[in-house]
Design a binder for this molecule. Structure first.
Ligand code: ADP
Ligand code: GLC
Length: 497
C-alpha cells in the first residue's frame, strides 16, 4: 500500500434512491434522512449521488438551479410501452442530486396521490434510476434504496439489469416504515413493472391470492435490509408490528440490521437557528427557552406566562402516532398550568378533534393544522416537553430534535423511541425523558403527570435533564460509520486498496 494511494483513495460510491429529500420535497422523516445521511457519508469519504423524482412541487428556487444531464427513452411496461426519462442535476455541498424527470408522472402538487398512480409512478422511477446510472456511466458500489417506493430497484437490478454494468453494485433496502408497502393486483403490477413472471411467486412479489407487493419483492432481492432502529428491526419480525411481512422478514433476518437515525445538527442548531425568537446554547438554555416560550405563546394567542408547562406535538396526524390516546386524555391535561401546542396535518378525524380542543380550551390549546417548517422550529424551542406516544415508531426524529432543543420527550417505549430516550430515574436523577410501555391512555397520562410533577416540584432536576438532553449526541456521526461498515460487508476492500 503506498502513501499517495491511501490519501487519494476513493471511498465507497453510494447511490441513494428514494421518493423524497429535504429541502426539495419532504412529507416526513424519510425526507430528512435522504438529506442528512448522504451528508454524513461524505464525511466518511464516500462519494454520494441522490436520486429523487423531479416533482413539480419542488420549489422554483431549486428547479432553476438544476442542470440538464441527458435524456433517454425507457421501455417500462409489459407491452413494450416506453417513456421519456430526463436527468436534471444539482450539486450542493458535495452531494450530487439527480432528479428523474417525466412530466406525465411527476406533475402533481403532492408526491403521493392514489395507490393506482403511485405504483406506476415508482415503477418508472425505480427502473429509470438504474438506467440513469448506466447512462451516466457512474457505477456505484452500493445502491441504497429507501422504502417501498424504491423497493423494486433490487428486483430490477437482479433481473432486467443483470447483464448491464450497474449489476456490479450491491443493494441495500432500508425500511423506514413497513406500514406502506405498494400492494396492487398482480395484473396491474405485471403490466407496469414489465418484470418476468417468475418474480411473481410466493417468495418474491406475490401476496395473498392475487396481489403483488413491491416491498416484499425488494426485501427478497436486496443484498441487505436495514431498518432505522435496532428495536424496530426486532419488532417487525413479530405479527403485531410485521404488517403481514413478519414471516418474510424472519426468513430473511440473516441480512437484516437495525441502525438508529440521527439528525442533521447543522440544520437543527439552537445557536444558529434564524427561526427562533432568541438563539441559545447549553450555557443559556434556561433563559433561551423561556424567551422562545413567551414568543410562541404570543404568536399563537396562548396565555403569556413563562411558568406554564408547554407540551408540543409535531406529527403527521395518523393512527401510527398514538393520537387516539392523546385525544382521550387531552381534557385531563388542562389544569390552568399546562398548555398544549399541536402542529400537523393528516386524517380529518384528528385534524377536527384538535380543532375542537382549541376552541374548547382557548388560551391553553393551540392546534396548527398545517405543515410549516418555521413553526416546527419555534415549537421545538418554545415547548418544555414534546409528546410522541406512537403506536409504532420505526425511529422517530421529533424526539431527537426535541432533545437537541432542550425539550424533554415523553414517549412510548417502541421502536426508535425506546432506543433513543432513556427514562428518567428519580433515584439516580438520570435519563432523558419520560416513557411508558403499554399502549394505554392511563399510562400516557401517568407519564405526562410524572413530567409535570418534576417540572413543578423539582425544577432543579428538570433543568439538569434539559442540560443532559442538549448535550446528548443525536448526530449522524456514529450511525454513518455503522452504515459504512455494513456497506463494506457487501463490498470488502480489495488487497490492493
Ligand atoms: P414520520 O417520518 O413518521 O413522519 P419522524 O419523526 O421520523 O416521523 O419525522 C417527522 C419529520 O417531519 C420531522 O422533521 C418533523 O419536524 C417534521 N414534521 C412533521 N409534521 C410537521 C409539520 N406539520 N410541519 C413541519 N414539520 C413537520
Ligand atoms: C418513517 C418513520 C419514522 C422514521 C422516518 C425516518 O417515516 O415513521 O419513525 O423516523 O421514517 O427514518
Amino acid at each position: 500500500m503506498n502513501e499517495e494511494k491511501t490519501v487519494s483513495k476513493p471511498g465507497l460510491k453510494v447511490a441513494f434512491i428514494g421518493s423524497e429529500c429535504y429541502p426539495f420535497v419532504k412529507t416526513g422523516g424519510l425526507g430528512d434522512v435522504m438529506y442528512a445521511l448522504p451528508k454524513a457519508l461524505l464525511e466518511q469519504n464516500c462519494e454520494v449521488r441522490v436520486f429523487v423524482p423531479r416533482y413539480k412541487c419542488i420549489p422554483w428556487k431549486y428547479q432553476e438551479k438544476m442542470v440538464y444531464r441527458g435524456e433517454f427513452n425507457m421501455q417500462l411496461c409489459s407491452d413494450g410501452r416506453a417513456f421519456y426519462v430526463g436527468i436534471m442535476e444539482y450539486i450542493w455541498n458535495g452531494v450530487v442530486y439527480d432528479f428523474i424527470d417525466n412530466q406525465e408522472f411527476f406533475s402533481n402538487g403532492n408526491p403521493y396521490t392514489t395507490l393506482w398512480d403511485d405504483v406506476a409512478k415508482y415503477c418508472l422511477f425505480s427502473k429509470a434510476c438504474l438506467s440513469a446510472l448506466n447512462y451516466l456511466e457512474w457505477i456505484p458500489d452500493i445502491i441504497h434504496c429507501h422504502d417501498w417506493q424504491a423497493a423494486l430497484v433490487p428486483v430490477y437490478l437482479r433481473t432486467l439489469f443483470s447483464n448491464t454494468p450497474v449489476a456490479a453494485a450491491k443493494s441495500v433496502l432500508t425500511i423506514h416504515n413497513l406500514r406502506f408497502q405498494g400492494i396492487h393486483d398482480i395484473g396491474h403490477m405485471k403490466y407496469w413493472t414489465g418484470l418476468p413472471d417468475y418474480v411473481f411467486n410466493e417468495e418474491n412479489l406475490k401476496q395473498g391470492y392475487s396481489n403483488a407487493n413491491m416491498f416484499k419483492g425488494g426485501l427478497a432481492f436486496a443484498d441487505m435490509i436495514t431498518t432505522v432502529s435496532d428495536t424496530y428491526s426486532k419488532e417487525i419480525q413479530t405479527p403485531f408490528y410485521g404488517e403481514r411481512l413478519d414471516g418474510h422478514l424472519r426468513y430473511h433476518n440473516k441480512k437484516l440490521y437495525g441502525i438508529v437515525n440521527g439528525i442533521d445538527v447543522e440544520q437543527w442548531n439552537t445557536a444558529t437557528d434564524e427561526r427562533l425568537a432568541q438563539k441559545y446554547d447549553s450555557t443559556n438554555v434556561l433563559e433561551g427557552k423561556k424567551a422562545n416560550k413567551v414568543a410562541l405563546q404570543k404568536e399563537l394567542g396562548l396565555d403569556e406566562d413563562p411558568d406554564k408547562f408547554v407540551i408540543g406535538l409535531i406529527s403527521r396526524l395518523t393512527d401510527q402516532k398514538g393520537l387516539d390516546l392523546v385525544n382521550a386524555i387531552l381534557p385531563n391535561l388542562i389544569d390552568g398550568n399546562t398548555q398544549v401546542v399541536v402542529l400537523g396535518t393528516g386524517d380529518p378525524q384528528y385534524e377536527n378533534s384538535f380543532r375542537y380542543y382549541e376552541s374548547a380550551y382557548k388560551g391553553s390549546v393551540c392546534s396548527n393544522i398545517m405543515y410549516d417548517e418555521n413553526r416546527a422550529h419555534q415549537i421545538y424551542a418554545g415547548s418544555d416537553a414534546l409528546l410522541v406516544p406512537s403506536l409504532f415508531e420505526p425511529c422517530g426524529l421529533t424526539q431527537l430534535i426535541a432533545m437537541r432543543y432542550g425539550t424533554v420527550p415523553i414517549v412510548r417505549e417502541t421502536g426508535g423511541l425506546k432506543d433513543t430516550v432513556i427514562p428518567y430515574n428519580r433515584y439516580t436523577n438520570d435519563g432523558n425523558g419520560f416513557t411508558f410501555d403499554r399502549y394505554e391512555t392511563g399510562l400516557l397520562l401517568d407519564a405526562i403527570n410524572r413530567a409535570k410533577t418534576l417540572y413543578f416540584t423539582n425544577r432543579w432536576c428538570w433543568d439538569e435533564m434539559v442540560q443532559r438532553d442538549m448535550a446528548k449526541d443525536v448526530s449522524w456521526d456514529a450511525s454513518a460509520v455503522q452504515y459504512c461498515q455494513l456497506y463494506r460487508k457487501l463490498k470488502p476492500l480489495k488487497e490492493e486498496e
